[in-house]
Design a protein around this ligand. Structure first.
Ligand code: SF4
Ligand code: SF4
Length: 356
């Protein structure tokens, strides 16, 4: 949570934030922001600022679907008198802004980059996207960003950071994209007072201090990898039902399947989110499944995030501690507690008997 080296800092009143969103929409940018829908806080394309819920905090789903859609067409085909004709999906070149996401979600996009940037569809959307994050003003019980190197005011993957003040917001660009987004506004915005930025960081520091979950150090990756055959995994994961909601809500899970839909005459090739927690994810055509049990599949998800990926990516976990998987799991699985359990060599005895 350091201080960025460049960039003027501004202070905005509450109404000015909404005016800024309206101005962005007026410039024909697509803005995805938190809204309340039937009691859920979700990210949606908005058409007016008054629909936006500007409060800091978690949305039900992560923003990954706006760069890596739940399902998308890679190409379509048509049989024209025996000649196959391929067509790309329509180009979507509208600049878009992820407005009001959490810092951990911005960091999640950086994890996705490491896997998906080589894909031209993802790369194009990423290039067109500017991330405006809001620093968290409180932590939910499931949050553990600080355990994996993040912060309630984290800057990884953030182009513009907003932080709440008592009377409004402090705003700072953290990247060239962020600078470009703020440049047209600077003339009309008040420069932040001395100490505003520091006050915002202090508040984030208090939120960080309220996160009670212990650090999951990068140095654990090797030992976790060595736990592969440990029977503790059967104990830990036996109640997992394989629903995969944990992967679907996760900002850093990137597994997908590719399938052809159609007939001899026409059709398309689609890419759709998938999950290593599904039985069919690894099942071979022969019927053999190398991850034959649910605990084996559950182990894969945890070890991929905290052992295999970090060992290949400089020690960084493929988890940003957003806590969504813990919040959403129908049987109370807790990925942070699982890692702690394996490292402490202590099989889980009963739900809640976990030193976090
Ligand atoms: S860990 Fe929980 S959310 Fe994930 S697949 Fe198992 S039961 Fe479903
Ligand atoms: S594994 Fe869970 S806590 Fe970690 S980033 Fe994914 S959803 Fe969030």
């Amino acid at each position: 949570m350091g201080t960025p080296s460049a960039g003027q800092i501004h202070r905005l009143g509450r109404d000015q934030l909404a005016s800024w969103v309206d101005a962005l929409l007026g410039e024909r940018k697509r803005v995805f922001a938190p809204v309340l829908r039937r009691g859920l806080r979700v990210l949606r394309a908005v058409e007016r600022a008054q629909d936006v819920d500007f409060a800091p905090g978690r949305t039900r789903w992560s923003p990954k679907e706006f760069l890596f859609p739940r399902t998308e067409t890679l190409f379509s085909y048509e049989n024209r008198d025996g000649v196959p004709v391929l067509a790309d999906p329509p180009a979507d070149d509208v600049p878009r802004i992820l407005f009001g996401v959490q810092p951990c979600d911005a960091a999640g996009l950086v994890r996705l980059d490491s896997i998906l940037l080589q894909d031209p569809f993802y790369a194009r959307r990423r290039e067109l996207t500017t991330v405006v994050a809001i620093a968290c003003s409180e932590a939910a019980p499931e949050c553990f960003c600080t355990a994996v190197g993040g912060s309630p005011a984290g800057q990884e993957g953030v182009d513009v950071l907003l932080a709440p003040l008592e009377t409004g917001w402090v705003v700072r660009a953290l990247s060239p994209k962020g600078e470009a987004l703020l440049a047209p506004r600077r003339g009309g915005w008040e420069t932040a007072a001395a100490g505003d930025w520091e006050a915002a960081l202090e508040q984030a520091g208090r939120v960080a201090g309220s996160i009670g979950r212990r650090e999951l150090p990068a140095a654990w990756a090797e030992k976790l990898e060595q736990s592969f055959a440990d029977p503790i995994w059967d104990e830990l994961a036996r109640r997992c039902v394989g629903c995969s909601i944990c992967a679907y809500v996760c900002p850093s899970c990137s597994c997908f399947d590719v399938a052809d839909e159609g007939s001899d005459a026409c059709g398309s090739r689609c890419r759709t989110w998938d999950s290593c927690s599904f039985r069919l994810f690894t099942q071979h055509g022969s019927g053999h499944n190398p991850r034959a049990t649910q605990p084996a599949r559950s182990r894969q998800r945890v070890l991929h995030k905290f052992a295999f990926y970090p060992l290949q990516h400089g020690g960084r976990a493929m988890c940003v501690g957003c806590g969504r998987c813990i919040r959403s799991c129908p049987v109370g699985m807790d990925i942070h507690a699982e890692v702690v359990e394996v490292m402490s060599g202590r099989p889980e005895k009963e739900a809640g008997d976990v030193q976090r």
